[in-house]
Ligand binder design. Structure first.
Ligand code: AMP
Ligand code: ZN
Length: 458
């Protein structure tokens, strides 16, 4: 069955045809690890995780390569390092660990590659040298700038007019810019910046701009041209437009064939964002809701539609999971057989990731399971499990879910205790203390002993 995806580049829903079905590639821009992820930040990783699952099923697990990066050098990280007096690497390692725990709780599979910007500085420098040599970038007082008028089709992704782009980029019109739309690919070090964010380069000591980081990491992990590039809608301009400019001017070929963007998660219809201050942090929500409930809530709307985050949405998602797991329980004693997900589930997901329709198909399966004769139980049980796996849902033991997630909670606490042990081994004592305090606030005490750490409820 063909997969259809809405491509921001053309504005059309297109049949997805990978350049090489034996090597399907996808890159999704990841978080800047200087603070906690909010649930809006979790929408892209959860949505693209569903696409990753669909691609793996369609082309075979070993034929899909998925890269999602960590932006671990950036203005905000440097500001946090200067303000706290802690090394930048300590801050980013701390928040990366929390991000990984959050994503695991939301059922997000580990991508094939998890590149860090700081591991790819030589690749960024090489890209910038190519751009300078080809006349697409020039040295300036502030570092190196990309020369926007040097690219004939600049702006093709966001299709904005020039004035709009300049206003949208909200960059100050620096004196050393030849054109107001030019943007930084390399930022010269400034006095007071810590040593760990300075790298020597032929064009002067400094650090990469955000956009060149992704151009270099996509190239290093997946190649010069990839099939799918994704992220939230706010990344279309300037971030993805500028990634395209750099990669295509350096390599002379398309950066990606399919550009996918998710709509925003909102609160009271306003975009959830740190600058507005209306965020709900994933790690805090996880203290009140199962990760699976939150995942289902995120998938309850189509990824290209806005989704308002409300307590009603979470209650409904919990009720939906209760219903699904109850149906599963009814037929749970049936023997285990192997089954494919019903065609309706695959058709829904193949139609531009129609997750609401896929969830409706799951609900229909649950209704069938509630009425089924015993002879049909094994097939329905296997179909429910296989369909759930496509969405990253319904993989827990239904009896555990019915007990109010008792053992799910125990597994979560075990995972937190293990994360604390890892944090201590990495000398990240702030994270270790955070986990201890979080568990203490839930009435769980950690006991460190010669044989390791255990826990009990107080
Ligand atoms: P940031 O940390 O702001 O760079 O965001 C990380 C990712 O989350 C990017 O792909 C953003 O597009 C995405 N994102 C940020 N806010 C929201 C939101 N309210 N809803 C959906 N996606 C978002
Ligand atoms: Zn990016």
């Amino acid at each position: 069955m063909d997969i259809r995806l809405t491509n921001t580049l053309t504005g059309e829903k297109e049949i997805f045809r990978p350049a090489d079905p034996k090597r399907v590639t996808m890159y999704v821009c990841g978080p800047t690890t200087y603070s906690y992820a909010h649930i809006g930040n979790a929408r892209p990783p959860v949505v693209f995780d569903v696409l990753f699952r669909l691609l793996r099923r369609t082309y075979g697990e070993s034929h899909v390569l998925y890269a999602a990066n960590f932006t671990d050098v950036d203005d905000k990280i440097i500001a946090a390092a200067i303000e706290s007096g802690r090394p930048a690497g300590e801050i980013t390692a701390h928040f990366e660990r929390i991000y990984r725990d959050d994503m695991a709780a939301l059922g997000v599979l580990e991508p094939t590659f998890r590149p860090h910007a700081t591991e790819h500085i030589p690749g960024m420098i090489a890209l910038i040298e190519t751009l300078i040599a080809k006349g697409h970038a020039y040295r300036s007082e502030s570092g190196v700038l990309f020369n926007v008028p040097s690219m004939a089709d600049y702006g093709k992704l966001s299709r904005r007019d020039r004035d709009d782009m300049i206003a949208g980029a909200r960059v100050e019109v620096a004196a050393d810019k030849r054109d107001p739309a030019d943007f930084a690919v390399w930022k010269a070090s400034k006095p007071g910046e810590p040593p760990e964010v300075r790298w020597p380069a032929p064009f002067g000591e400094g650090r990469p701009g955000w956009h060149i980081e992704c151009s270099a990491m996509a190239k290093a992990t997946l190649g010069e041209t990839i099939d799918i590039h994704g992220g939230g809608r706010d990344l279309i301009f300037p971030h993805h437009e500028n990634e395209i400019a750099q990669s295509e001017c350096a390599h002379g070929k398309p950066m990606a064939h399919y550009w996918l963007h998710n709509e925003f998660l909102s609160i009271d219809t306003e975009k959830m964002s740190k600058s507005i201050g209306n965020v709900k942090l994933v790690h805090e929500l996880l203290q009140h809701y199962a990760g699976e409930t939150m995942r289902l809530a995120l998938l309850s709307a189509h990824y290209r539609k806005p989704l308002d985050w409300t307590s009603d949405l979470l209650d409904q998602s919990k009720a939906t999971l209760d219903r699904l797991y109850n149906a599963f329980r009814r037929i749970g004693s049936a023997e285990d057989v192997v089954a494919e997900p019903p065609a309706g589930v695959i058709a829904a997901l193949s139609d531009d990731l129609n997750t609401p329709q896929a969830l409706a198909e799951l609900a229909a399966l649950a209704t069938a399971a509630n009425k089924a004769e015993r002879a049909d139980w094994p097939r329905l049980k296997a179909e429910l499990r296989a369909s759930g796996a496509m969405l990253g849902l319904l993989q827990a033991d239904p009896e555990d879910w019915a007990r109010g997630g008792a053992s799910e909670d125990a597994a979560r606490i075990d995972a937190l205790v293990a994360a604390r042990v890892a944090a201590r081994a990495a000398k990240d004592f702030a994270e270790a203390d955070r986990i201890r305090n979080q568990l203490a606030s839930e009435g769980v005490e950690i006991m460190d002993g010669p044989k390791g750490s255990t826990w009990r409820r107080t």
